[in-house]
Design a protein around this ligand. Sequence first.
Ligand code: ASP
Length: 590
Amino acid sequence: MINMKRTTYCGFVTEKYLNQEISLTGWVNKRRDHGGLIFVDLRDREGIMQIVFNPDFNQQAHVLAHELRSEFVILVSGKVVQRDANLINKNIATGKFELQVTNLVILNKSKALPFALDEDNIDEETRLKYRYLDLRRPDMFNKMQLRNEIIFATREFFFNNGFIDVETPILTKNTMEGAREFIVPSRIHEHSFYSLPQSPQMYKQLLMAAGFDKYVQVARCFRDEDLRADRQPEFTQLDLEMSFINEEDIIDVVSRYIQYILKKVQSIDVQLPFKRITYDYAFSNFGSDKPDIRFDLKIQDFSSLFVNTELKFLKSVIASGGKVGGLHVSGKAYSRSELLAWVDTAVKFGAKGLLWVRFNEDCKHESPVSKFLPDNFFDQLKSTICPTLKAGDTIFLIAGEYEEAWTLLGRLRLEVAEDLKIIPHDELNFSWVVDFPMFEYNKDDKRWYSKHHPFTSPQAGWENLEQKDIKARAYDIVLNGIELGGGSIRIHDSAIQKKIFNMIGMTNEAAQAYFDFLLESQELGYPPLGGLAIGLDRFVMLLTGSKSIREVIAFPKTQRASDPMMKAPSEVDEQKLELYRLKYLPKKIK
Ligand code: ASP
């Protein structure tokens, strides 16, 4: 009788099994027919083992082995033997051995796969439609395995630091965190809807009201946003909250957590404390609140040089309170066509234009606006804004409203640095960005929004400041220009909470209607508190060197928020809608 239980994984066959009878299960990775002998690479999640069919070992198994095709699922048993020295395969861990098969059971057959597992350029839609095949690739399995290790180590770290892991509801109510929420109709409560949580924000605050003191959760979150390059409608956050603490405590525990994970999972040592920079510094120097500070190339303010310019465009920008920002690029003398390509890049980012000034061998300037620049422009620049200016350097300028111009320059800075090859790609540079503005103004909606969320505490002295000048007790953790996570110290006084709601245009009535539970909790013994959330998918993506978070999520949605495998979302029939007292309106997008 053949033993239907495998002895070990294919990838785990070692010396210890030599000359022993064992059973293995797995997928036929490759079959090679060498006349009398049939060789199969048998694959399971741990690796590959070569198995051999020879009529001398077993006639019946050898005959049956002719039927084997790629991706058949089989069970085999036989003796582990040493391969001849000249046949050892150094590319696989089990390369010294092979299994002489005496029994073969075909557990499942496979048609030809829609793509070969070792093919590289398969379009993503196909990969997601057959995600279970895509996940058969060792590379994908390894990523999932590393994710598993990260999550295990995460739970271990927080458990050891006194945090309590609490699961919070998925069917809930809008948390006002800024994104559009998914809604779920209630059958029992007609005309009523649940929201899927953008984060467990409200619950974690209430757990602090409950006295839990330290909370953590690997939490699923949902945001119904138009998907940009690397967003998913559902994603995983490492969510935490603590009571009786300040910014330093959160920054400390999260820094130590990151240090712990890197050491444990990647054997990488990172030094604490991480650098700290203010939002204002980050934005004015790097045009971003998540700056990549692995290289310098700072944005500089060139406005003072153009106060008396004859250039109409710049003149009007400065007159209307705008600025002229720029990058001083050294180390590469651009050709004209390269300069034009940079103009195109800036325009692609949304800039109205990009002004360049190139300094030739004798430091004379060349630029489309050369005739408007003074003859001594080089000296002027060198003695004021660019002390290291030299022949061959280029200045790129973008003029406009400060936030807009600097954001564009921030993007250009990254592209230019990539092109100059000055980004040390193997460096891990963590930094904390602090002192965020409390609010941001939306010109289209003509109203203020919370920059983080409305539960964030303003910094001391806020009562006497204009809305635009109020700073928040918020902090973000940034790695190599990517925001890994963020959080804040929360408001714990209902009167302040109401005022902040008012400042983003929410009336007291609306605040009561949405957040009566929170405001009430803040009057029933509510501790000072704060927390943070880290985008776990992104963290895993960076640690696995993946290009997108879709690579580290087992079953992600496409960039159009759909699942081509299960075919979600899908229509439900009218009868079902009727149960919810819902009806279709004609489609807006055909
Ligand atoms: N809930 C916030 C977020 O999802 C994080 C926090 O403030 O703790 O970004």
